[in-house]
Write a protein that binds this ligand. Structure first.
Ligand code: FA5
Length: 343
């Protein structure tokens, strides 16, 4: 093939391709023109490139240079056409792409409502000077019962009311006994752990999981969270307890909340009370509280003649549900993202 013929074919192709891209009116005709002229597999440019090998070797360099110029010109015509259609790269990839449609919201994970509640409660109590303390979820009977003034024959230690851990020896699994370790049934265990390590004054809260073999219903779950508070110093009174809980409730639920104590019994506090908050026209029980029993102080080596203190334990799920208007505790643990994404 002569160089002359090759160059005139090349010029014709540039003219033809430019005219074709000029005539394009929509994404579909753009795609047809693209395949025809710049297509990698069988486009016209590709075909003409193959002719270079048939030209006299001395003319091939010139042919190659002109080919590259023509290729750039056709590519420019194609790019101009794409821009003219206002569809950019995406149109060439997918002619059905409509850049004016709203995008898809990316799925971003977020913090579980109970974790959010825990962070909020820590923040409120932190402002009143309560530091966070932690204890293990697998506990021994000393911290879960004995040091909390719950003696060996107390019904609260019944295996039917607790998740005792089974132990095994070479003969197999041994029967569960009340001396075994257990999943803690209350965060009051952390009171003991803190007092064993620190001397008064003490002002701590502990937020964590507890476990009880309660049948699940709208307000009960076998695993739930408690917020334990402990304040020990000289001359601490029940009035201090009520003030701290009222300030807490006002911060968490709002200024219009009222607080009520009802007489109750817990082995580790004397006197003991149930704590109710009045909010949105109803009294709701949130937990228990009281003045630390002298027997508990003795178990951790504090002198009950010198020190007094209060303690409270509130249900975190109950607080979260009340604030957000959640009516069934099971929703929090169903793993249903349609529910969880609301918080
Ligand atoms: C206690 O657990 C005491 N340790 C509280 C306490 C601490 C008293 C310090 C005195 C001093 P009680 O068993 O009542 O108390 O539980 C406290 C709160 O936990 C309840 O009021 C309730 O809000 C929540 N709760 C109890 N059982 C469940 C459950 N199965 N599911 C969800 N929340 C629960």
């Amino acid at each position: 093939m002569s160089l002359q013929d090759f160059l005139s074919d090349l010029d014709k192709l540039v003219q033809e391709a430019s005219a074709a891209f000029d005539a394009v009116t929509d994404a579909e005709s753009l795609e047809v023109a693209r395949v025809r002229y710049v297509g990698q597999k069988s486009g016209a440019l590709r075909d003409i490139q193959k002719q270079i090998s048939k030209i006299e070797p001395s003319d091939r360099k010139a042919a190659g240079m002109r080919f590259n110029e023509s290729k750039a010109a056709i590519q420019d015509a194609f790019n101009d056409c794409k821009q003219r259609l206002g569809q950019g790269e995406a149109a060439a990839i997918d002619p059905t792409f409509d850049p004016t449609l709203p995008g898809l919201r990316p799925i971003v994970g977020h913090i579980h409502p109970i974790t959010q509640t825990i962070e909020h409660l820590m923040e409120i109590m932190g402002r009143m000077g309560f530091e966070a303390a932690e204890g293990p979820e697998v506990e021994d009977p000393w911290h879960n019962f004995v040091a909390l003034n719950i003696p060996e024959d107390h019904p609260a230690r019944d295996p039917l009311d607790n998740f005792y851990l089974a132990t095994a020896n070479q003969n197999g699994v041994e029967p569960v006994s009340e001396g075994n370790q257990l999943l803690r049934s209350q965060t009051s265990t952390v009171q003991i752990r803190v007092m064993e390590k620190q001397k008064p004054p003490i002002r701590v809260i502990s937020l964590g999981r507890v476990y009880r073999p309660d049948a699940p219903d709208a307000t009960h779950f076998p695993m739930f969270h408690q917020m334990e508070g402990l304040f020990v110093d000289r001359h601490v009174t029940m009035a201090n307890l009520k003030t701290v809980l009222r300030v807490f409730a006002a911060n968490y639920l709002g200024d219009d909340v009222a607080i009520r104590f009802r007489p109750s019994f817990f082995p580790f506090t004397e006197p003991s009370v149930e704590v109710d908050f009045f909010w949105n026209d109803a009294w709701v029980e949130f937990g228990g509280a009281g003045m630390v029993d002298p027997n508990v102080f003795e178990a951790v080596g504090y002198d009950p003649e010198q020190y007094s203190g209060f303690a409270f334990g509130l249900g975190v799920e109950r607080l979260c549900m009340r604030r957000h208007g959640i009516t069934d505790i099971r929703d929090l643990y169903s793993g249903d993202l349609r529910f969880l994404r609301q918080f």
